[in-house]
Design a protein around this ligand. Structure first.
Ligand code: F6R
Length: 365
């Protein structure tokens, strides 16, 4: 049932504040300001590394997770798309664990990667949305996302719930490995506790600006997305969402890679969507944005209040989100990215919930 919404995708985008809240509550004790100690988890303290694998949007969630595990827990992460991971003959250290991410829990390549790691003797964790799925059954430890059924082919709420689980696990790992103090844990938990309210605020306010922008984007053939740090996987996620439901060609790049090739594409016909919260990387990303502007590129700037106040550049559109702590920025910044793809596709009249050539669950390789 779509309720008041035109599409399941729209409904699922708007459910995110609620389902992310459910998911976070499963992993975090907000009263104590601590991540919960689950009865069964991965023994992060003794690990030499973590192997991470998934497909599509779930892979991009994993890429955000890599930044968190490495920074907060000093835990090296080896990550690849499952279709490569399973065949690369990766030398796996039995002192490491493996973590797989899948909404459906049935993705063939992700399942094959899981079995590869299990045969190598690794402890297997799985972040899954379908609790009865094959991947859930074959994992040693299941970390559920409580997103509820996701009907739209383009993943939205499962993605932000995967981020919520990964953030919680990275904090858990940081505590176990002694790289996060109790006070640092409490501060991160406090930030996470604000996520659902902030998501609801953003969802209630940015729609008009996004609809105006989507009308412009629907006229374009190509769009480039740029980001740094955890905004880099988000840039790829934005491009993936746009191409799969609007059929507009889009690419996501690390902002620093701009001058290593894609800058040759810049002209007035290819808008550049720059994802830049006011974080440690902000100045660097803004200088990439200036390079785009200097070559006549049109910029769509997705930033926060502090970022908007700190930049003078003329843009085609600026989407301003609340200023939030670094750990929750990927969840908050996912919202405009999803809505841009959604409204652009609606303008173009494509079949948003069932885009051509795509299946919700990819059970063949
Ligand atoms: C994109 C999308 C796909 C899936 C991918 C993995 O919007 O939905 O890229 O993320 O097919 O699917 P699961 O998570 O079911 O393994």
């Amino acid at each position: 049932d779509k309720g008041n919404h035109r599409h399941f995708m729209e409904k699922e985008i708007h459910e995110q504040s609620e389902v992310v809240s459910h998911t976070l509550s499963h992993y975090i004790d907000f009263i104590d300001g601590k991540v919960k100690k689950p009865a069964e988890s991965i023994d992060f303290a003794s690990l030499s590394g973590l192997a991470l694998s998934a497909c599509g949007t779930a892979y991009l969630a994993g890429l955000v997770g890599k930044y968190w595990f490495e920074r907060l827990a000093r835990l090296p992460v080896e990550i690849d798309v499952a279709s490569e991971f399973r065949y690369r003959e990766i030398p796996l250290n039995p002192q490491s664990a493996a973590l797989f991410i899948s909404q459906s829990g049935e993705t063939a390549d992700t399942l094959a990667s899981l079995r590869y790691c299990r045969d190598a003797g690794l402890k297997i964790g799985a972040i899954v949305n379908a609790p009865e799925s094959t991947i859930a059954r074959e994992a040693d430890v299941v970390f559920p996302t409580l997103a509820g059924p996701e009907i739209g082919v383009a993943s939205t709420k499962a993605f932000t719930c995967q981020l919520a689980v990964l953030a919680s696990l990275a904090i858990q790992a940081g505590r176990a490995r002694g790289t996060l103090s109790e006070a640092e844990e409490a501060a991160l938990v406090r930030s996470l506790s604000e996520t659902p309210r902030l998501m609801a605020n953003v969802l209630n306010t940015i729609q008009p600006a996004i609809e105006l922008l989507a009308r412009e984007l629907s006229k374009c053939r190509d769009v480039l997305y740029l980001g740094r740090g955890t905004s880099y996987p988000l840039a790829m996620e934005g491009a993936l969402k746009l191409k799969e439901i609007s059929y507009i060609h889009a690419e996501g790049y690390a902002a620093g890679e701009l001058k290593h090739g894609p800058i040759a594409l810049i002209d007035e016909n290819m808008p550049v969507i720059v994802i830049a919260p006011f974080d440690r990387f902000f100045e660097k990303t803004v200088s990439n944005m200036q390079e785009v502007a200097a070559r006549g590129g049109r910029i769509i700037f997705i930033t926060d209040e502090r970022g908007a106040a700190a930049t003078k550049l003329e843009t085609m559109a600026t989407i301003v989100l609340p200023s939030v702590d670094e750990i929750i920025a990927p969840m908050i910044f996912s919202l405009p990215i999803q809505l841009i793809a959604y409204h652009t596709a609606v303008f173009m009249g494509t079949d948003v919930d069932q885009p051509r050539n795509l299946a919700k669950s990819v059970t063949v390789e």
